[in-house]
Ligand binder design. Structure first.
Ligand code: DOR
Ligand code: ZN
Length: 482
C-alpha cells in the first residue's frame, strides 16, 4: 500500500464477531485501510499504542432517548452523544418521543438539523408510527428515518398506542418499504387496568410498578406483533426484552421465518426485583426490571441467538423526577449508553461470554439487522473506522456525578465494573481520547440512513391490505359479474 495512512492503532487485539487476534489497524480518510501485521501497515502520520488493549468495532446502540428537542434539562444531542463516546458507542438510534414527537417529515428535518449540529457520534432517527401518522410514512422515509417506532403501550411521553387495527395497517404500509419497525411491546389495556386497580387500592410503592406490568403484558404484545409481522411481511424489532416468558413467542416466530429481531438491556440482565427496595423510583423503567429468575434465560437467549443484540434504552431524567414518593409520578427510565460497555465487559471478565460474543451483540448484529453492515459493525478494510479501544483490565466504579449524561441518577451508581473504553473513534476521529471528550467533534456525527441498505422487502397478503381493498372498486365489480 502506498498512500500514507492517518492513524495506525498498534499492538492491540482486534475483535470481530467470531474471533480475536493480534493485529494493527490502519485508518485513512475515516475508513479502515488495512488490518494485519505491523510490517503490512502503510506509512503513517500518527500511531496509537494499544498494547494490552482490545480493539472493538464501536457499539451500535439502537435504542436511546436523547430528548432533543423538548427536554433540554434531561439531555440533548451534545450531552447524549458525549455519553455515547465515553461508552464506546459510535452509532445511536434516537427514539421519537421528543417534543414534538418525530411523526412527520418537518419535525424529522428539525431533529436532523439539531443532531447534525451537536452529535459527537453517528446516529439514526426513528419515525413515529402511530394511528395518526400512517399516512406520513413515505414522507418520513424521504426525510431520512432509520426505521419506525410503534408504542403498543404507554410510557414516557404519553404517546397513544394504536389499536390492533391501526397497527395492522401501519405494518401493511411499512412492509413494502423494507424498513424495520421497533416495538415497545407492552399491551396497554392490561397495564392500564391494573394500574387503575393498584392506585385505587392505595399502592404507591415501587413494586406496584412491577405488579402493574407482569410479563404477560410483554408476552401478549410480542405474540401479537409477530402475528401481524408474519401476515404483512413487515420487519420488526422487539425492544427491551425483559422477561423469560416473551422468549417463547419470539423463538416460535423466528422458527416460522418471521423477520423479527430482539434486543435486551443490561438492566434486565443485571438488576432484579430484589433491587426495588434499595433504589425506589430510580429503578422505575418500562418494561420493569423483573424477578431474578428472568436473568439466566435472557443470557441464554443472547448466547443462542434468540435475542440478537444489546441496547440500552438510555432514558435520562433528573434526580427530582426520579425520587418522588408516589411511584406513579416518577418518570420512567434511566441513563445507560455510557455504562453498557463497561457493564457487559465485566461479564466478559467474569467468563460469562467471550469478547467476540459481546461484539456480535453490541455491534455486528445491530449493523447487520439494520442494514449498516459492513460499513458499520466490523473492523475490516473498507469499513468506517468506528472503534472502541478498551482496556479489559481497567477497573472503575460508576459514579453518576461524573458521567457525561445530563441525568445524574441511575441504578448503576456505585457499581464496580472491569473493562473500560479508553478511546473512541468515529469515522477515524477521536471523539473520546484517554477518557477525555474531544470537544471539536461536536457536529461530526452524521445520519447513517444514507448508508442503510435493507434487504429486498417481502410484503405479504398485499391483495388484502387496506389500500388494496379500498382502492379497487372496479376490479371487485368485475369479479362479482364474472
Ligand atoms: O422507561 C422508559 N423510558 N421506557 C420507555 O419506553 C421510554 C423511556 C423514556 O423515554 O423515558
Ligand atoms: Zn425506550
Amino acid at each position: 500500500m502506498s498512500a500514507t495512512a492517518d492513524l495506525v492503532i498498534r499492538g492491540g487485539i482486534v475483535v470481530s464477531a467470531d474471533g480475536a487476534y493480534r493485529a494493527d489497524v490502519a485508518i485513512k480518510d475515516g475508513v479502515i485501510a488495512a488490518v494485519g501485521a505491523p510490517e503490512a501497515m502503510p506509512a503513517v502520520r500518527e500511531t496509537l499504542d494499544a498494547t494490552g488493549m482490545h480493539v472493538l468495532p464501536g457499539a451500535i446502540d439502537v435504542h436511546v432517548h436523547f430528548r432533543d428537542p423538548g427536554y433540554p434539562h434531561k439531555e440533548d444531542w451534545a450531552s447524549g452523544t458525549a455519553a455515547a463516546a465515553f461508552g464506546g458507542v459510535t452509532t445511536v438510534f434516537d427514539m421519537p418521543n421528543t417534543i414534538p414527537a418525530a411523526g412527520n417529515a418537518e419535525i424529522l428535518a428539525v431533529k436532523h438539523r439539531i443532531a447534525a449540529e451537536k452529535a459527537h457520534v453517528d446516529f439514526g432517527l426513528y419515525g413515529l408510527l402511530g394511528e395518526d401518522t400512517i399516512a406520513n410514512v413515505p414522507a418520513l422515509i424521504d426525510a431520512g428515518v432509520i426505521g419506525f417506532k410503534l408504542y403498543m403501550g404507554n410510557t414516557f411521553g404519553k404517546i397513544p398506542s394504536p389499536s390492533t387495527g391501526g397497527m395492522l395497517e401501519a405494518f401493511e404500509v411499512v412492509a413494502p418499504t423494507g424498513k424495520r419497525i421497533g416495538l415497545h411491546a407492552e399491551t396497554n389495556s392490561i397495564m392500564e387496568r391494573r394500574q387503575t386497580r393498584l392506585t385505587a387500592a392505595g399502592r404507591t410503592d415501587p413494586l406496584a410498578h412491577l405488579a402493574s406490568r407482569p410479563a404477560v403484558v410483554a408476552v401478549e404484545a410480542v405474540s401479537r406483533a409477530c402475528i401481524l409481522s408474519e401476515w404483512t411481511g413487515a420487519r420488526i424489532h422487539i425492544l427491551h426484552i425483559s422477561s423469560a416468558d416473551e422468549l417463547r413467542p419470539l423463538r416460535e416466530a423466528k422458527a416460522r421465518g418471521v423477520d423479527v429481531t430482539g434486543e435486551t438491556c443490561p438492566q434486565y440482565l443485571m438488576l432484579s426485583s430484589d433491587d426495588y427496595a434499595r433504589f425506589g423510583g430510580i429503578i422505575r423503567v418500562n418494561p420493569p426490571v423483573r424477578e431474578k429468575s428472568n436473568q439466566e434465560p435472557l443470557w441464554a437467549a443472547l448466547i443462542d441467538g434468540t435475542v440478537d443484540m444489546i441496547a440500552t434504552d438510555h432514558a435520562p431524567h433528573t434526580p427530582e423526577e426520579k425520587t418522588r414518593n408516589d411511584i406513579w409520578s416518577v418518570d420512567c427510565g434511566f441513563p445507560g449508553v455510557e455504562t453498557q460497555m463497561p457493564a457487559m465487559l465485566t461479564a466478559v471478565n467474569e467468563g460469562r461470554m467471550a469478547v467476540c460474543d459481546y461484539v456480535r451483540w453490541s455491534s455486528f448484529n445491530p449493523a447487520k439487522h439494520w442494514g449498516l453492515y459492513p460499513r458499520k459493525g466490523a473492523i475490516q478494510p473498507g469499513s468506517d473506522a468506528d472503534i472502541a479501544v478498551v482496556d479489559l483490565a481497567r477497573s472503575w466504579t460508576i459514579d453518576d456525578a461524573r458521567i457525561q449524561s445530563r441525568s445524574k441518577i441511575s441504578p448503576w451508581h456505585g457499581r464496580a465494573v472491569k473493562g473500560l473504553p479508553i478511546h473512541t473513534l468515529v469515522r477515524g476521529r477521536f471523539a473520546m481520547r484517554d477518557r477525555t471528550l474531544i470537544a471539536e467533534t461536536r457536529g461530526w456525527g452524521r445520519s447513517v440512513h444514507t448508508i442503510q441498505e435493507m434487504p429486498k422487502a417481502e410484503p405479504r397478503n398485499t391483495d388484502k391490505t387496506m389500500s388494496a381493498i379500498v382502492r379497487k372498486p372496479d376490479a371487485n365489480r368485475k369479479e362479482h359479474a364474472a
